[in-house]
Design a protein around this ligand. Structure first.
Ligand code: DC
Length: 218
């Protein structure tokens, strides 16, 4: 049987990765977090003082080895064999990732990783352009969106750090969505054939049920 691809795209902080992991577990598929690849590349480039307005040479990219593993509902990402799963969620990476993710050499690096993974495994992948560019023929496509205030509140609760202001989280989310959806290459946008879900007032389980129902009805 050919590997099955489930693409879950959408705005920042709409719970895409939560859903993607749950669906992967339910279907016994592997899971890839495309954003985590962009974040790990950003971390490496920042650590090595390579600015997002410079060209990133193949020589530099050849020094980067990324790996994701998914087990027991947990995704681990390795950057040159170091587990960077927590580091890539930090503020510095979050505010810089969109400027690196605009670059074609960075995007091609991630596309190669994702397409390689899909050769042998059925996958659930979350991101921004999975259903539009990376796997335009994906078997199932979803697009999640929500009110930015609600997204910021959810993220704020998750972070659980009173020193981080709700307003600054909302600003970061909006700025990132704006950069991601206005970039020239592979912008954040719904694929014409994706099933849209407004998650503003839905619980995790309600969104999960909608996705699963859609998959089971095909
Ligand atoms: O899913 P995330 O918030 O961890 O993604 C971080 C950033 O990576 C996001 O703001 C833009 C970029 N990204 C992208 O350009 N394309 C994807 N398929 C996934 C993420």
């Amino acid at each position: 049987m050919n590997p099955v691809i489930v693409a879950i795209d959408g705005e920042a902080s709409t719970g895409k990765s939560t859903q993607a992991k749950k669906i992967a577990e339910e279907l016994d598929f592997d899971y890839r977090d495309s954003g985590a690849y962009y974040r790990a590349l950003t971390l490496y480039l920042i650590q090595n003082n390579i600015n997002s307005n410079e060209d990133i040479s193949q020589t530099i990219l050849d020094k980067i080895d990324l790996k994701q593993t998914f087990k027991d509902n947990k995704l681990i990402i390795y950057l040159n064999n170091e587990d960077v799963s927590d580091k890539i969620r930090g503020y510095k990476v979050s505010i810089n990732v969109s400027s690196y993710a605009k670059k074609s050499e960075i995007r091609n690096f991630v596309y190669t990783q994702l397409r390689k993974s899909a050769k042998s495994n059925s996958l659930v992948i979350d991101g921004r352009d999975i259903g539009t560019v990376v796997f335009p023929d994906a078997d199932f496509k979803f697009f999640l969106f929500a009110d930015s205030k609600v997204r910021a509140e959810r993220r704020h609760k998750q972070i659980n750090d009173k020193s981080v202001k709700l307003e600054s989280i909302e600003k970061e989310i909006k700025t990132r969505d704006n950069t991601d959806s206005t970039r020239k290459i592979a912008p954040l946008k719904k694929a014409d054939d994706a099933y849209e879900i407004d998650v503003t007032s839905l619980s995790i389980i309600q969104v999960f049920d909608k996705i699963l129902q859609k998959i089971n009805s095909k």
